[in-house]
Design a protein around this ligand. Structure first.
Ligand SMILES: [Zn+2]
Length: 168
């Protein structure tokens, strides 16, 4: 199929499903109907992950969580971020300076008029996680500004932490 053909199909798909402003032309390993996602996630997580919403700033307890562990996609449970790259950005959302390898994908997001942002979503289920900015003082210069409702934090058990420090 030509590039133009693909674009027309993608446009028709978005129009037909009245999905959010964020176009979803990729295929994902985990797919579900809107109703099934809503039952699985509940309305608050659904609004973020499946409709591209943004939670209120400073509303997520994960904003202030800095324990060792893994942040998984709340949609499909894929590990998305590590506590090793989490930092306090002071913007009101959990922030990271890197994502786990191959855990996320990106799309241009035109939801804000006059500003093109980089949307970040789960590579496994396509769930919207947040946005990525280039204004971080951290090693990568990146700031992944992620909705806490899109994540589940799994703390690293104490005995695993001991083992991993022995390996290093
Ligand atoms: Zn996911």
């Amino acid at each position: 199929m030509t590039r133009g053909g693909l674009l027309r199909v993608a446009t028709a798909f978005v129009a037909a499903t009245s999905l959010p402003a964020i176009a979803r032309a990729e295929r994902y390993a985990v797919t579900m109907s809107a109703g099934a996602w809503l039952r699985r996630l509940g309305p608050a997580r659904y609004a973020i992950l499946r409709e591209g919403g943004t939670e209120a700033p400073y509303s997520s307890p994960l904003d202030k969580t800095f324990a060792a562990g893994t942040y998984r996609c709340a949609g499909c449970d894929q590990p998305a971020f590590s506590s090793a790259t989490k930092y306090h950005a002071g913007e009101g959302w959990p922030s990271f300076w890197d994502a786990l390898p191959r855990a996320v994908g990106y799309q241009k997001d035109y939801q804000l008029i006059g500003e093109v942002r980089t949307e970040v979503h789960c590579s496994r289920c396509g769930g919207h996680l947040g946005h990525r900015f280039h204004d971080s003082p951290q090693p990568t210069g990146l700031r992944y500004c992620i909705d806490g409702l899109a994540l589940r934090f799994i703390p690293t058990p104490a005995h695993d932490r001991g083992r991993s420090s022995e390996r290093e």
